[in-house]
Design a protein around this ligand. Sequence first.
Ligand code: BMA
Length: 845
Amino acid sequence: MGPAALLLPPVLLLPLAVAAGGPEVRSLRGSWQLRSGNGSVSLPAEVPGCVHTALLCRGLIQDPYYRFNDVMYRWISLDNWTYSRTFKTSFDVRKWQKVNLVFEGVDTVAEILLNNVTLGRTDNMFNRYSFDITSVIQEVNFVEVRFLSAVSYAAEQSRCHKAHSIPPACPPPVQQGECHVNFIRKEQCSFSWDWGPSFPTQGIWKDVRIEAYNHYHLIYFSLTPFFEKSAQQWYLEVESIFDVVSSKPIAGLVTVNIPKLQTKQTFSVKLQPGEGSIVLLVNINKVYFRTVELVQEPIPGSPGLSFYFRINGRPIFIKGSNWIPADSFQDRVTYDTLRLLLKSAADANMNALRVWGGGIYEQDEFYDICDEIGIMIWQDFMFACALYPTNQNYLESVRAEVSHQVRRLKSHPSIILWSGNNENEAAIASNWFSIPPPDIGVYIKDYVTLYVKNIREIVLSEDKSRPFVASSPTNGLESVKEGWLSWDPYDTHYGDTHFYDYNSDCWNWTVYPRTRFASEYGFQSWPSFSTIEKVSSPEDWSYTSNFSLHRQHHEGGNIQMLQEIERHFKLPQSPDPVQKFKDMIYLTQVMQAQCIKTETEFYRFSQSEIINGEGHTMGALYWQLNDIWQAPSWASLEYGGKWKLLHYFAQNFFAPLLPVAYEDKGMLHIYGVSDFHEDHKLTLRVVVHAWSSLEPVCTLAKEGVTVKAQSALPIYKESISDLLKRCRNCTRKSCIVTFCLMGEDGLQSPTNYYFLSSLKDAVGLEKTQLSASVSQQDDTYIFVLQTTAIAPFVTLDVGSVRGRFSDNGFLMTEKKKVVVFYPWEPTSVEELESSLTLTSLLDIV
Ligand code: BMA
């Protein structure tokens, strides 16, 4: 069953009528005036938007992503900008009891004035701000949003925080970022990250409007389904939060009408003056809603506890990746951007994403798309890789943020988990910031105050329909038992794990932890040349240029990739420097894809077994799905959406049916991995080729192999020496094993492979003549590839032509292969032909 089927029809899509006093709304989106602190720069600016994009739009700066501009344009975020505009009210303000100026999001620190009266201040970009302007509004108005640089504010807050230091003070120098981001409730990666630039934006980044109403006004509206086990009955909790302006209670009738379910129920309600909520329970027949449980229970034969999601009563293996903000400038992230990235995740057989805690709570549209296409969301709260203050003002701001975000998002069935932060339990447990042991107590206290006594408390009171964990990675219930901070949050017997190792051989599965749930793991690669080309100039096009160093924000990252490549491949030696750079890019992508394939397959084949007390792995979310700019990173999707080889590999290694091979003590094991809900009787085909010939040296078909539903179990085993003997003249270096599963009803797994040696040692590989003919078929393009020899990692690249192939980076063991190109915008056979580069491993010299 595909992932979409897991999320039953979201009830929020059903028309539902709640009687509420319709407000008068005047949008303030559109053109505002923007000026720098001393008034030397003044320009019109679009709202929603930010200063950087406004300057770019007027041609006052170049593309901020071009070359070294992130550092050149630091002055923009150090200045204090002001947005202002005049507006007329489109309605008679005197007719309304209450008029509010509502900001859905202000980034971040600002004083808000209307007609020269200060309405209030903002300090949290994740909060919604509503200012009562009933007594200030006139027919013609002047609104001002006076920003203070987020960088200066963060520094000031840190200076004022006298109690104890809150590390880290600054990011590592290689990130070329700003300091003290943990002191401001702003996208944490906007001060730089190990994959991202520093662009601490200022701006009105979400909707802004005037709302006028009488009597009462609906502020939040949410629907959460519950199953009442004792009554075997579904209920829909319909929650509405109102602002009641009338001085007396308002009584009335609310009718909840869901025509599609033939459900209509009327309730009499009484609203008290002030802000208050009404919760209506509507019993529902006939339909089911998605349920989610996080199962942490003893496993026979293993110490510790399980950690898996039970969705609609079924244990589900979570397959996917981690989501980061799609751009440093959120106003550039359109519905189409989100849709393309999320669709790419679904197309690669992912069923889940983790919205990582160093970015933002995503726009409503993000979750709408996930609801629709069946991507489950692990939702972090926005705290990452740092310790945080807990002074009163800070906590109040966080409390407002958390209740706002939970109220805004809880109707989305795609969200299956709330998670307090990214890696902050680990940061304390492993003492990342070298806190002297006698002082650690105060940080532990802060941790519990923030994530448990505040965030968790609010989440539990706002939303009882899904689980909460305090951190990722965490030991789950074991962490709770140890006072919310486990001494080793990376324990494989509990909870989830993050795992990075750039020094071992990534083709060797024994280096990976047999965890209950792998929520982060990854390797870097460079984005393709066509992506880099857009933000660089010819002098930058080498692996060791200043530019290549500048874009690498992870200490030693370029060297680590080189070392990982060198284990299994020959490094490029082309005398042409640009070709050499392109070859390096190709190899980084091949290496990344092959490493994460090995690691992910290991997690998938570890789902049904317990070995030495470890196993029952039920999740694989690699780091990271998407990119924030054009730079080397762990992403599988480049900035702009182009698929790296890893993303094509993900489509295969996350396939619902997959044979996976690994080697242990001289034995070759093949497991049948299945996400299907029923068993299948299949044929396993194992084919051995000599690298030197397209004719197989031996073929074996094992019929009647049972691949069990939702499991990973052995289906084939042979000693490698027997296999080599059986297939005449084979050695580890001269032969390659491929295998697939096939059913009678056309069911077929991807063809998988297992290398018996490093490819730099392979014997018999010949340089191939690769050719492609391109033709159009309706909205797609068909590439017919021909090879004259076995070709590993065959890659089609059509440069800047937007779209994706049906498969890429594959091993060609047959003369011919058909690949489909799905364009994302109109193209032509001619354009594709002239943009096409075909590369396979032996082209790298
Ligand atoms: C983890 C993530 C990110 C980081 C990634 C790669 O720590 O949570 O903070 O980008 O590793 O280093």
